[in-house]
Design a protein. Structure first.
Length: 303
């Protein structure tokens, strides 16, 4: 059975809204048409995707599974369109994404010596979109920080780096050479993810301010709304007059990796990975990278 991508897009919209009327408005189609398309998709798959009753619309177990699988599939379709457009215009461009504080230029310089005909462009990415930007083709390769949703991706470890506590300049520990997690007990934490991603052994109270990126984190800390933790490299690249960084040796280190889509087969992308690993001082093979190197060598032109 071939999965109809249009029906799949309709399904995702309904699943996100859990309301056929609002989904139909967003898709600019009549609600009866949308309902027929969803019933047709359920017929194609042979399973119900939604339960519908007077209380509303809910996903079934099959629907939840399809929603989880639909994101990478639709993103892959967008990436195909981008690559086809790039091939039509003859563009030879490699788009490299990077998280705050991670240096990209050493690998870029080494790669450009090998591929002077390929333009390397760089794009800042944040934690909540690093996987999505790879899957939908906005970037060809990413310098990412863990954790990341690995579905549809290949993750290649680079290095780990210590983390620092980010404190308001007037904090009682601002002048210390280093502190412990216990020193910070009772502090409110400005954090970009859920509690399970915090690099600490101790539970910290969430300050309640959703942040996206280093700049927003620093502003909240500077305002005295809580403390935070950042990788040491980010503390070097980002300064703020009302914020200080203090080492906390007990914190779990920040893991920096390269990430590409699992289907990525471009020799150009592989050459950039090799340059990045060399720039990071990695000379031995890791299993994930070695298996990828031994995989298919189908040529592909980067975006």
């Amino acid at each position: 059975m071939d999965l109809d991508l249009r029906k799949l897009r309709y399904f995702v919209t309904v699943a996100d809204r859990l309301h056929f009327g609002r989904a139909a408005e967003e898709l600019h189609i009549a609600q009866p048409v949308l309902s027929r398309q969803i019933r047709a998709l359920e017929h194609d798959l042979g399973v119900p995707l939604f339960t519908r009753d007077r209380h509303g619309v809910e996903l079934t177990a099959a629907g939840r599974q399809l929603l989880a699988d639909a994101g990478p599939l639709l993103a892959s379709t967008h990436a195909v369109r981008r690559r086809v457009s790039a091939a039509e215009t003859g563009t030879r461009r490699l788009m490299v994404g990077f998280r705050a504080g991670i240096p990209v230029i050493p690998a870029t310089r080494a790669f450009e010596k090998q591929h002077p005909d390929v333009l390397v462009d760089v794009r800042r990415i944040e934690g909540d979109d690093q996987a999505a930007m790879l899957l939908d083709g906005r970037i060809d390769i990413g310098y990412v920080r863990l954790p990341i949703d690995e579905a549809g991706l290949r993750i290649i470890p680079l290095y780990a780096e210590p983390r620092m506590a980010v404190l308001p300049a007037g904090h009682r520990f601002a002048g210390k050479d280093e502190i412990t997690e216990a020193d910070l007990a009772g502090e409110s934490l400005i954090w970009h993810g859920d509690q399970g991603t915090q690099p600490t052994k101790l539970p910290f109270r969430n300050a309640g301010y959703p942040v996206r990126g280093v700049d927003e984190t620093l502003e909240h800390v500077a305002a005295g709304r809580g403390i935070s933790f950042l990788a040491r490299s980010a503390s070097v690249f980002y300064s703020h007059p009302d914020v200080v960084y203090v080492p906390v040796p007990e914190l779990a280190p920040d893991q920096v990796c390269l990430a590409v889509t699992a289907s990525q087969a471009s020799p150009v992308v592989r050459d950039f990975v090799a340059a990045a690993r060399s720039a990071a001082g990695i000379t031995s093979e890791c299993g994930n990278y070695e298996m990828w190197q031994l995989g298919g060598e189908a040529a592909a032109t980067p975006e």
